[in-house]
Design a protein around this ligand. Sequence first.
Ligand code: PMP
Length: 359
Amino acid sequence: MTITPRPGIMDIALYQGGAAHVDGVVNVLKLSSNENPYGPSDRAKEAFSRAAHDLHRYPVTDHAGLRTAIGDVWHLDPTRVICGVGSDEIIHFLCQAYTGPGTEVIHTEHGFAMYRISALANGATPVEVKEHERVTDVDAILAACTDRTRLVFIANPNNPTGTMIGQAEVARLAEGLPSGAILVLDGAYAEYVEGFDAGLALVESRQNVVMTRTFSKIYGLGGLRVGWGYGPQEIIDTLTRVRGPFNLSTAALAAAEAAVRDTGWVDRCRADNARWREWMATALAELGVPSDTSTANFVLARFTSEAEANACDDYLRTQGIIVRRVAGYNLPQCLRITVGDESACRRVVHAVAQFKGAR
Ligand code: PMP
């Protein structure tokens, strides 16, 4: 006898994570998951180690220390911050609390995979909206809204395109949404954009905008799984009802709190990323592999065909370099390459040059 899951569950495509090894290669360079090549700050590592003394205790349930630190650094009201197991979990909370059968969740054509997964997992209908040349198209999103729309997800900067839209466009989107719909601004890569408030001013000024953020990218803590959300009190109170009381471990909370306060480390990582991103994008373009201007910590390299992109990926693997195929995001001609440190950028460009020269 087959026990049938809820409709929609079997439509979920399994998440394609980045492999961490290549058979037979020792010096593997992983540039497939947009991780910080420098790792977390020393202060975060020290806080993580200190937490080892309390492993027999349950973690705190209210995350007060981390929420206060986030509030201090970003000048936010800490009572309107919610913390989760990566920003993935905040996406889940939103879908659990606000969607379900008969409702719709909008995401963009090349938007992050979890929006669709979480919508389907909660019985909602994901609605994909076309982008305009790999950039979020506000008019197309507004045209797709119905009275069933509950959540509209946009990542700004977007993954895997690396592109972003301006604050005026984001505000226009928030203003145009039907009542009953929440705009979710996914700021997973926001810290990479110099001087960007990540849309927080808009969250402050509206009742229908929520922001999600992560410690997995610039803070270098992907292995610990910490993310957060910020929004109107009413929405945060709602999300807190579906959050498990002990969702974040003591060590993860301690490391994240130290990481967010170490703004000097974040500034250095941002500056280095910008420098090597421009270098890598320019070098790849000179090899005949252009990309859109990226504002994040990766470049979406465009090849002449799907066959060429796959052949390049295969060649890079023989060189021990792992990048990300994005055919699942409907970008089969492209490879997404994380910006590493100087030697990583030089190594991947050298390998692409060899690949191009060999053809
Ligand atoms: N949003 C975007 C746009 C992402 O690219 C990612 C990670 N790939 C996430 C959210 C989720 O990140 P995490 O769960 O590690 O916080």
